[in-house]
Write a protein that binds this ligand. Structure first.
Ligand code: SF4
Ligand code: SF4
Length: 407
């Protein structure tokens, strides 16, 4: 296993982190026996960073991780990353309450790496500041209950930089893979964090598994041209670890073979170790994906910001994912965007007024207005919207305010 640091003078962390959001299940429940076996296998093969969050498996992820660490007496041998569910917080007192619940669920009295979960804009961070988060962090760091502080991010590139610059963060967590170089925080965000000495944890290295098993045949064929037989997942992970700016890469592993393979790549890949030939193959694969895309958006962001709040590149990314991989997750993300929930502000294609400002700036000459309409038609679903609304009502959450409707 390779180890890198997230924090200057900090701990040596395994480059492969265990994402505890997708434990294996049996009969609709977490398969505890299998989960423990897999967690132990990862630990015995050098994994020492375990990432969970308040909502994962309805809180069971924290509980099971805590039980595993306690049972095997690993508290001083592994590092726990957990996240404050910022999207549930409307009152100051809730911050302490959620934190206490998390310590209890994890059977621990401190959290090594604590993140503000799913910030999507400076506004979401400012909301927390108004509710007293700065004093809370200060107190917890002084008491040793939080060792390192960071945030996880899903949002526009410019918002990532604003959040990064607004506080003395030690680390952050972003989505990054060879198809998302220009989405969300992207490569620019990764480099900016690195320059500022802020460690970066990577999530969705395989885009929810889409860059692995669901890779199109053309992509698999291109990878097969290489002298050594490797899976699409192997290539995707290797490409990420080749970046020296990357700290820990999280993988939501729940299949034995995948865990073994991930560990194998993590053992092999050091920063800047990919040959020119390998980089060329990945570049060609990116091109294949680009040609298969419904909308040839590169995520360059030149069309942004839209004066009406439409998240143009993110919507095209969700549209392409739905088309490529028939990804339900991307559809859910889009509906979250329309409703202004799941950490996203209201930024769906339905807000487009067809003013045309964006199209003047698109180097790909995309007919953005037309494609936004198509994307909305493909991704919007009354049934899913209703389910989400009922679920949000049930857990007492409200969406962000609507701006204006166009389409
Ligand atoms: S055409 Fe639509 S998406 Fe483009 S800038 Fe105008 S409102 Fe925004
Ligand atoms: S300018 Fe064009 S290619 Fe760039 S993000 Fe906007 S739509 Fe995509």
């Amino acid at each position: 296993m390779q180890y890198r640091k997230l924090v200057n003078d900090g701990e040596d962390l395994s480059v492969l982190g265990y994402g505890c959001m997708r434990f294996p299940s049996k009969n609709g429940r977490i398969d505890k026996e299998k989960t423990e076996k897999q967690l132990l296998y990862a630990y015995e093969n050098g994994v020492n960073y375990y990432d969970t969050a308040y909502p994962y498996h309805n809180g069971k992820s924290e509980v099971i991780l805590g039980e595993f660490i306690k049972k095997h007496d690993l508290r001083d041998k592994v590092y726990i990353a957990d996240k404050l569910p910022t999207f549930f917080i409307t009152k100051s007192q809730q911050i302490q309450k959620y934190f206490d619940t998390q310590l209890e669920r994890l059977s621990t009295d401190y959290i090594d790496y604590y993140l503000m979960h799913m910030l999507d804009s400076l506004t979401s961070w400012e909301k927390l500041k108004r509710l007293g988060i700065i004093d809370f962090i200060k107190e917890k760091k002084e008491s040793g209950q939080i060792k390192h502080i960071g945030f996880s991010f899903h949002g526009r590139p410019e918002e990532f930089i604003k959040i990064l610059d607004d506080y003395d963060w030690e680390f952050c967590q972003i989505q990054f893979n060879y198809l998302d170089e220009y989405n969300q925080a992207g490569l620019a965000g990764l480099k900016k964090a690195y320059e500022k000495g802020i460690g970066v944890v990577i999530m969705e290295p395989l885009r929810g598994g889409n860059l692995a098993a669901k890779a199109p045949d053309k992509v698999k064929k291109k990878f097969d041209e290489y002298s050594e037989k490797r899976s699409a997942a192997f290539w995707a992970l290797r490409w990420i670890w080749n970046h020296k700016e990357v700290g820990v890469v999280l993988s939501g592993m729940n299949v034995d073979e995948h865990i073994e393979e991930n560990i194998k790549v993590a053992n092999l890949t050091t920063a800047n170790s990919m040959s020119e030939e390998e980089i060329e193959i990945v570049d060609e694969v990116k091109e294949i994906y680009r040609h298969l895309m419904k909308v040839p958006c590169t995520g360059c962001n030149y069309c942004m910001p839209c004066p009406f709040g439409v998240a143009i590149p993110s919507i095209f990314s969700e549209y392409n994912d739905k088309y490529f991989f028939n990804s339900r997750l991307s559809q859910l993300q889009y509906i979250g965007r329309v409703l202004g929930v799941f950490g996203a502000s209201k930024s769906g294609a339905n807000l487009c007024t067809a003013c045309g400002k964006c199209e003047k700036h698109c180097p790909q000459n995309i007919q953005i207005r037309k494609e936004l309409k198509n994307a909305h038609k493909e991704l919007d679903s009354k049934v899913i919207k209703l389910i989400v609304k009922i679920a949000m009502k049930f857990i007492g959450l409200k969406g962000t305010k609507k701006k204006r409707s166009g389409i």
